[in-house]
Design a protein around this ligand. Structure first.
Ligand code: HEC
Length: 107
């Protein structure tokens, strides 16, 4: 293979990999910000159940039920209504692996 072609292919591959890494980073930043909005209610309340440590399938199922209206709570219907599938699965996974905040209500 000619050298310039090889260099061009290497550069293209690198751009591809960096693009994917940047997309991953954007998604993880988006999830971190979203999780922060959840924690405003779930992170410190003694009445609203904690999300940290909750199994991901349980959290994801609850969010989908609120999004499609089969479970009714005015606050969570509004919150879940704004989440796409990637956000639901990402948040469910993030919270499943999160350490509970000290003093947080237990699920
Ligand atoms: C304005 C306050 C508020 C915000 C913000 C909020 N929640 Fe909630 N959440 C609630 C309340 C209140 C309940 C209890 C609703 C019920 O059980 O009917 C709840 C319940 C839940 C439950 C079910 C818990 C259980 O035991 O059934 C999940 C899962 C959940 N929220 C996830 C989230 C996620 C993820 C976010 C962020 C994207 C979020 N919530 C943002 C107030 C909030």
């Amino acid at each position: 293979m000619a050298k310039p072609l090889r260099a061009a292919l290497a550069a293209a591959l690198l751009m591809c990999l960096c693009g994917a890494a940047a997309a991953d980073e954007r998604e993880s930043t988006r999830l971190t910000y979203l999780a922060g909005t959840c924690n405003a209610c779930h992170g410190s309340s003694i009445t609203i159940p904690a999300l940290a440590g909750r199994p991901a399938p349980e959290t994801a199922a609850a969010l989908r039920a609120w999004r499609d209206g089969s479970r009714v709570n005015p606050i969570m219907n509004a919150v879940a209504g704004g989440l796409d599938d990637d956000a639901i699965d990402g948040l469910a996974d993030l919270f499943a692996h999160a350490e509970p905040i000290a003093g947080e209500a237990r699920p």
